[in-house]
Write a protein that binds this ligand. Structure first.
Ligand code: SAH
Ligand code: MG
Length: 206
């Protein structure tokens, strides 16, 4: 399998903080971004000189801590689940990143986006059924030629599977709708990449 071949050659994460956060996520089934996905984001950040990031969906803080440890960036991250919010808070404090990662405890659909700043990158990684709403709501908060990356567009390949279970079928239909929506946004240059769990990269045309 080409993926396994490349996985063998590519370097694995060695930062003990990130290794231990990932193993925690695996143990407690927290759906954090995979290594290929976060590497892609970190390289986009470096290539584009991204300084400010808005993340929708913090979970335990894995992706925000990873971006902060690998880049000179400031991140605002939104989480609606109190348990997750508190675990992320501990992880962020343990790594002395509280001055660079600002947490918002709220539903991202309830946050008043006009109280937020502008961001070079918006990373959408929350409830998969709501991605269109997040995209439309937060695109105003992009800086000139800013970038929106959305995660899990293949949803563990389920988007291309035959599904019977009703709720899952509806969820997958919504992801399919997002995928068709995101490539049609005329004010963005978008491509959905078959990497990580399926990720779209949308660059704002200004
Ligand atoms: N970005 C993280 C993973 C996030 S998992 C990482 O890769 O490390 C998705 C998270 O989004 C969950 O913790 C869930 O509680 C949160 N979430 C889902 N819908 C949300 C919403 N509407 N507003 C805020 N957070 C939401
Ligand atoms: Mg994700």
């Amino acid at each position: 399998m080409p993926k396994a071949y490349l996985n063998n050659i590519n370097k694995k994460e060695t930062n003990p903080v990130l290794v231990s956060l990932r193993s925690y996520a695996e143990e407690f089934n927290v759906p954090v971004i995979n290594e290929e996905g976060i590497k892609f984001i970190n390289q986009v950040i470096k290539l584009k000189g991204i300084k400010t990031i808005l993340e929708i969906g913090t979970a335990i803080g894995y992706s925000s801590i990873n971006m902060a440890l690998n880049n000179d960036v400031e991140i605002t991250t939104i989480e609606r689940d109190e348990g997750m919010f508190n675990i992320a808070k501990e992880n962020i404090f343990d790594n002395n990143l509280e001055n660079r990662i600002t947490q918002i405890f709220n539903d991202a659909l309830e946050v008043d986006e006009s109280t937020l700043g502008s961001y070079d990158l918006i990373f959408i990684d929350a409830a998969k059924a709501q991605s269109i709403k997040f995209f439309d709501k937060y695109k105003k908060n992009l800086t000139k030629n800013g970038v929106i990356i959305t995660d899990n567009l293949l949803f563990h390949e389920l988007v291309v599977a035959e599904i019977r279970e009703r709720n899952l079928k509806q969820l997958v239909a919504k992801i399919d709708r997002f995928n068709k929506f995101v490539v049609e946004q005329d004010d963005f240059d978008t491509y959905i990449y078959h990497l990580g769990d399926g990720m779209s990269l949308s660059i704002k045309k200004d």
